[in-house]
Design a protein around this ligand. Structure first.
Ligand code: F6P
Length: 499
């Protein structure tokens, strides 16, 4: 069993930087010759053309015949972004102004209940958590509650804490048809009523972020409380729109602008850097290489920052909803698509599943994400942070080198690839940059795999099947028999639940 460091065969210069974020690929074990082939492959796959088309508003979302122009939402330079002959930036800027005005207006609000799920939840939830302990970042100190699950345990937990008379409710749904969100919104309105809030008070408390304005108005949200976004923004790419309102409300509009600024800076890098220096492209190619050489089926992102514990969950939707597909843009089966993505904050993660990383039979590439500056101003921060960073570096080294031993049980095979991403500090700017680095990596992988990264047809079927099942459950009958919508196994389960 070899314990030769895989870094011996890597690029002499394995570090790359953009927007002060450093990517080190030394432990990928990819030789200069192989890197050159990977960049050739990217060119042959017309990646530069894809990147240009993405930013130019071409209909890269082929199945839904629309662009994926989420980059316009963070285009702080306000340079025109033309869609169907019209600049979208005035509408984007108008929403920014309304968000800022709302931030300045809200006084005496104790609780905000943000109701939304999937892409209408992960981004703002991650940002609120990630920035909660940033030293010197001002917070309005409202209790920011995220209500996503239809399970009433989450609803009960929130409503136990919120003060009805000083609560504001933000319903976030691109489609405004998502059952979890509309049912939770109805439950919160019922709670306000039950606590004596008048019709006028309720409409003052209700806000919404959506593409579907008519359904939102019908629900009872006043027009000037609706923050629009557009069908050219996919749900999982929407935190940059008014979906990110909690960030502005809690930490001020300036912080939200910094979040957009980091995101925009990373977009400019992706759009203009040569492939060989382009961070999202390098990360995508490294994964592709590991898929080809090591038959990779899973991939982990481990932020050595407790505040980024939500990051892997955000990334799961981004990567797996974007690229978890078997059919390519040409209608034929694809050879590669998204591996399973998982992760959680280090060093905790080390005490959970790292055993398998080191000695399991599978090769699981890892992104180690570290932050240079300590993430609190506690007196212990510097000493603790040093240990956090040592752990991060040690794990990557151990995984790469492995270790021989006469006892097979103590052998570490090594040659386990990883990236190191280093952020200068954790603040709104670098959080924005980090998320866009991964958004553009997902788009790059889609282009390399020939997958449309911007639709999600696979999430619909289960939703359709849930309707007849719900009807059968609500019938209370324990004599349900299999039919065209319910198979024999499910019928038995329904009968079990109804008995
Ligand atoms: O079910 C998946 C999904 O459609 C995601 O793509 C989306 O982020 C989520 O549901 C929520 O959708 P909406 O914002 O329309 O409520």
């Amino acid at each position: 069993m070899s314990s030769k460091p895989i870094s011996d065969t890597t690029l002499p210069n394995s570090t790359h930087g953009a927007v002060d974020v450093i990517l080190d690929t030394a432990y990928q074990g990819i030789s200069p010759k192989n890197w050159a082939s990977l960049f050739d492959l990217a060119r042959k796959s017309q990646l530069p053309e894809f990147i240009a088309n993405l930013f130019a508003g071409e209909h890269v979302n082929q199945s839904e015949d629309r662009p994926a122009l989420h980059s316009a939402l963070r285009n702080l330079s306000k340079t025109p972004v033309i869609l169907d002959g019209k600049d979208v930036m005035p509408a984007v800027t108008d929403v920014w102004k309304r968000m800022e005005a709302l931030c300045n207006k809200w006084v005496g609000v104790t609780d905000v209940i943000h109701i939304g799920i999937g892409g209408s939840d992960f981004g703002p939830r991650l940002a609120i958590e990630a920035l909660a302990h940033v030293p010197k970042l001002e917070s309005r100190g409202m209790r920011m509650h995220f209500l996503a699950n239809i399970d009433t345990a989450e609803l009960a937990r929130i409503l136990d804490k919120a003060q009805p008379n000083s609560t504001r409710v933000v319903i976030v749904s691109k489609s405004f048809t998502t059952l979890e969100t509309t049912m939770n919104a109805k439950a919160v309105v019922a709670w306000l009523k039950a606590h004596g809030c008048t019709k006028g008070q309720i409409s003052k408390a209700l806000f919404a972020v959506t593409v579907n304005i008519p359904a939102t108005k019908e629900f009872g949200v006043e027009e000037d409380h609706i923050f629009p976004f557009w069908d050219w923004v996919g749900g999982r790419y929407s935190v940059w729109s008014a979906v990110g309102l909690p960030i502005a409300l809690q930490y001020g509009f300036k912080t939200f602008e910094e979040f957009l600024a980091g995101a925009h800076a990373m977009d400019l890098h992706f759009k203009s850097a040569p492939l060989e220096e382009n961070l999202s492209v390098i990360m995508a190619l490294a994964l592709l290489y590991q898929q080809q050489k090591r038959d990779v089926k899973a991939y982990a992102a481990i932020p050595y920052a407790d505040a980024l514990d939500w990051f892997p969950r955000w990334l799961q939707q981004l990567d797996m909803e974007s690229n978890g597909k078997s059919i390519g843009m040409d209608g034929n089966p694809v050879k590669y698509s998204s591996p399973v993505v998982f992760g959680s904050a280090g060093s905790n993660a080390q005490h959970s599943y790292f055993q398998l990383f080191h000695q399991g039979p599978e090769v699981i590439p890892i992104d180690f994400i570290a932050v240079r500056k300590p993430m609190s101003d506690r007196p212990e921060a510097i000493a603790h942070h040093r240990i956090l960073l040592s752990n991060c570096l040690a794990q990557a080294q151990a995984l790469a080198h492995g270790k021989s031993d006469s006892n097979p049980n103590n052998v570490y095979p090594g040659k386990r690839p990883s990236n190191l991403l280093l952020l200068p500090e954790l603040n709104a700017f670098y959080l924005g940059a980090l998320l866009v680095l991964y958004e553009n990596r997902a788009a790059t992988l889609g282009a390399l795999w020939n997958i449309n990264s911007f639709d999600q047809p696979g999430v619909e079927y289960g939703k359709v099947l849930a309707k007849p099942i719900e009807a059968a459950l609500s019938s209370g009958s324990s004599d349900i028999v299999a039919n065209e919508n319910i198979d024999a196994v499910t019928a038995t389960r329904i009968n079990l639940l109804n008995s």
